[in-house]
Design a protein around this ligand. Structure first.
Ligand code: NAD
Length: 569
C-alpha cells in the first residue's frame, strides 16, 4: 500500500533535512513545489528544483513542535489516568466530572501525521464506558436544564475566555494531532470562542415560542431542551467542530456525551478540561474516546441519549441512522461533499482563481466544504486551469508547524493511501494530472489538479478529501447545472459570474444546502449550515441549532366553556 513506516520516514526526513540545509546554503530558489520546515518533499534530492526553506522558518517550526509536545505533556498531567500494569498514564474519558480509564483499561494510540510518532495512548471506550457517561449526562440533565439563562451564559462566556487564553496551546496541539498547518489552526481558538459566545447570547430567547390564539383558546408554543445528546465528530478540524456542536447543545440546556474521532482526540480533551475549569458542572459534558464501531455505536444505541449530532462520512451517517432506529433517535447529520466551484467566462477570473485555490488546498483539502470540482466555461477553461496548475505547484507543502506552510501531511497513512488511490485512478479513467505529479513521502501529498475529467469519472463523483481538484469544462449554463447537480452529494456550491440574474438563477438551481456567489466560504453564524442529498440532514447555526437540540411544545388553554362532546351521558 506504499505506507512509509515511521522509522523509514524519520530517516528520510533526517536525510533530506541535511540536503535541504545544503540547498539553503546555496541560496537557490527554482521552480517546483516549494517546501518548508527543512523537509525536501520532492522525494528525490535537493537538486531537483525544490526551493529552500529559510533557517529561521525551520527553527520556528522546531520550536513550535517542542512547545506542542510540552502542551501535550501538560494535558496528560491534568487528564492522564494510570495505565494498567505499570504502563504510562494515558488520556482518560471524562465521566461525571472525573478523568478515568476505560473499563478494563483498554487504550488506542494517537500518532503524529508528520512522522507517525506515537503521541499518546487514549482510553478506548466500550459499551460500559458509554453507559457510565450517558447515565451521568442523564443524571445531570435535570439540574442543568433548570439553570437560569444568566448562569448558563456566564459559564459559556468563561469558557470562551479560557479558549482565547489558551489559543496558542490549542493551535499547536491541533497541529500535532491533525497535521493541519499552523497558519490555519491559529484561527481555531478564535472561531471556537466565538461559537460559545454566539450561542450564549441566544440562551435568553432559546425557549421562546409563538402565540397562536383562537377565540376559544390561547395556544402558545415553547421550546425545551431535548435531553442528553451524543455529539460525534470527525478528525479533520476537531477543535472547531467540537465547539460548533457542543456550544448550542449546552446553551439549549442539553447535557452532552462527546465521542471525538480516534485519529485526533487531543484537542477535544483539552476543550473538555477547559470546560471543567470554566465551571461546567459534573456530568453536563462527558467525553468517551474510542473507535466508531464500538464506542460510537454504543453511544448511538444508548436509550438515555435522545439525539445524535454527527459530523462525518455519509456512509457512517447511514450506519448511525440504523443504529439509532430502535430507540428512535433524532439525528442531525453533517456529511461529505463533492462541492462544485462554477466559473463562467464573465467572472472576475483573478478572484475566482484565488478562491478556487484556497477552497481546495487550505486545510490540506480535508475540508467538507472544499471546492473539489472545478467547472469552467470552455472559452476560459484552458487559461484558467493552466494558471491554477501553476498556483498549485507553488503552494508551500511542508512541516505543519512552520507558519509559512500552506499544506501539511494528511491525517493518517490509511487516509493518505486512500487519496493516492484516486491519483492512480485518474489517468486510468482518462483524466490528466496537470499539477502534483511529484511523489512525496509519508502522509504528504503534492497539491494536485486533474484536468479534462468527465462527469461520470470516479474522480469527479467521489469525495477524495485531500488536496486534489478535478476540473471539468462546460459549454453553457444548462450543462454546468447538470454537471454540478450530477453527484450524490449536495453540501455547498460556489458560483462565479458577473451576470446578476444568472448568479441568482444558477444558485437557486443548485441542489446544495449552501451557495456562495463570487466568494469563497465565508461563514456567518446565524445562517443555516448543512447539506442536501447525501451531504446531510438538518441545519446548524443560529436558531436552526436550537430546533435540533430542543423540543417544541404546544399548550392550548381554554378561555371559556366551549362545548365538549358528551359521550355516555
Ligand atoms: P467518519 O464518518 O469515519 O468518522 C466520524 C466519527 O464517527 C468518528 O468519531 C468515528 O469514530 C465515528 N464513527 C465511525 N463509525 C461509527 C459508527 N458506526 N457509529 C457511531 N460513530 C461512528 O468520518 P471521518 O473520516 O472522521 O471524517 C471525514 C468525513 O467527515 C468526510 O466525509 C467529511 O466530508 C465529513 N465532514 C463533514 C462536515 C460537514 O459539516 N458536512 C464537516 C467536517 C467533516
Amino acid at each position: 500500500m506504499g505506507t512509509i513506516a515511521a522509522s523509514t520516514l524519520h530517516g528520510y526526513v533526517r536525510e533530506n533535512r541535511n540536503l535541504k540545509q545544503r540547498a539553503s546554503h546555496a541560496g537557490r530558489r527554482t521552480s517546483g513545489h516549494r517546501t518548508q520546515g527543512g523537509i525536501d518533499l520532492n522525494g528525490t534530492n535537493a537538486d531537483s528544483g525544490v526551493a529552500a526553506s529559510s533557517a529561521s522558518s525551520g527553527s520556528a517550526a522546531a520550536a513550535n513542535q517542542a512547545t506542542a509536545k510540552q502542551v501535550l505533556a501538560d494535558l496528560l498531567a491534568q487528564v492522564g489516568v494510570p495505565g494498567v500494569a505499570g504502563a504510562a498514564p494515558h488520556v482518560g474519558h471524562l465521566v461525571n466530572g472525573a478523568w478515568r480509564p476505560a473499563e478494563g483499561g483498554a487504550t488506542f494510540a494517537t500518532n503524529a501525521p508528520t512522522d507517525g510518532a506515537h503521541l499518546a495512548a487514549v482510553a478506548s471506550g466500550s459499551a460500559a464506558d458509554v453507559h457510565a457517561a450517558a447515565s451521568a449526562a442523564a443524571e445531570a440533565f435535570g439540574a442543568w436544564r433548570k439553570t437560569s439563562a444568566k448562569e448558563r451564559r456566564q459559564v459559556l462566556y468563561r469558557l470562551a475566555e479560557l479558549i482565547e487564553q489558551n489559543a496558542e496551546q490549542i493551535a499547536l496541539l491541533e497541529v500535532l494531532d491533525t497535521g493541519q498547518p499552523l497558519r490555519f489552526m491559529r484561527q481555531a481558538a478564535a472561531r471556537g470562542a466565538e461559537n460559545f459566545r454566539f450561542f450564549a447570547d441566544r440562551i435568553e430567547g432559546a425557549s421562546d415560542g409563538q402565540a397562536l390564539p383562537t377565540p376559544d383558546f390561547l395556544n402558545y408554543t415553547r421550546r425545551q431542551p431535548i435531553g442528553p445528546v451524543a455529539v460525534i465528530t470527525p478528525w479533520n478540524t476537531p477543535f472547531m467542530l467540537s465547539t460548533w456542536k457542543i456550544a448550542p447543545a449546552l446553551a439549549a440546556g442539553c447535557t452532552v456525551v462527546h465521542k471525538p474521532a480516534e485519529w485526533s482526540p487531543l484537542t477535544a480533551t483539552l476543550l473538555a478540561r477547559l470546560a471543567l475549569e470554566a465551571g461546567v458542572p459534573a456530568g453536563v459534558w462527558n467525553v468517551v474516546h474510542g473507535l466508531g464501531e464500538s464506542a460510537g455505536k454504543a453511544l448511538t444505541e444508548h436509550p438515555a441519549v435522545r439525539a445524535v449530532a454527527f459530523v462525518g462520512e455519509s456512509v457512517t451517517g447511514s450506519h448511525i441512522m440504523a443504529q439509532g432506529a430502535p430507540t428512535l433517535k433524532r439525528v442531525h447529520f453533517e456529511l461529505g461533499g463533492k462541492n462544485p466551484v462554477v466559473v463562467f467566462d464573465d467572472a472576475d477570473l483573478e478572484r475566482a482563481l484565488d478562491a478556487a485555490v484556497f477552497m481546495i488546498y487550505s486545510l490540506n483539502g480535508e475540508r467538507c466544504t472544499s471546492s473539489s470540482r472545478l467547472l469552467v466555461q470552455r472559452g476560459v477553461y484552458e487559461e484558467f486551469t493552466r494558471r491554477l496548475a501553476e498556483r498549485a505547484e507553488r503552494v508551500v507543502v511542508g512541516d505543519p508547524f512552520d507558519p509559512a506552510t500552506e499544506v501539511g501531511p494528511l491525517i493518517h497513512p490509511v487516509h493518505a493511501e486512500k487519496v493516492r488511490s484516486y491519483l492512480a485512478l485518474a489517468p486510468q479513467e482518462g483524466a490528466r494530472v496537470a499539477a502534483g505529479r511529484h511523489t512525496l513521502p509519508g502522509n504528504y501529498l503534492a497539491p494536485t489538479l486533474l484536468v479534462d475529467a468527465t462527469p461520470s469519472m470516479r474522480v469527479a463523483q467521489e469525495e477524495i478529501f485531500g488536496p486534489v481538484l478535478t476540473a471539468l469544462p462546460f459549454d453553457d449554463e444548462a450543462e454546468a447545472l447538470a454537471i454540478a447537480n450530477g453527484v450524490r452529494y449536495g453540501l455547498a456550491g460556489y458560483v462565479w459570474t458577473n451576470d446578476v440574474a444568472r448568479a441568482h438563477r444558477f444558485a437557486q438551481g443548485l441542489e446544495v444546502g449552501m451557495v456562495w456567489v463570487n466568494s469563497h466560504n465565508v461563514r456567518h453564524l446565524p445562517t443555516p449550515f448543512g447539506g442536501m442529498k447525501a451531504s446531510g440532514i438538518g441545519r446548524d447555526g443560529g436558531d436552526y441549532s436550537f430546533d435540533f437540540y430542543m423540543e417544541t411544545q404546544n399548550i392550548a388553554v381554554a378561555l371559556g366553556e366551549h362545548p365538549i362532546p358528551r359521550l355516555g351521558k
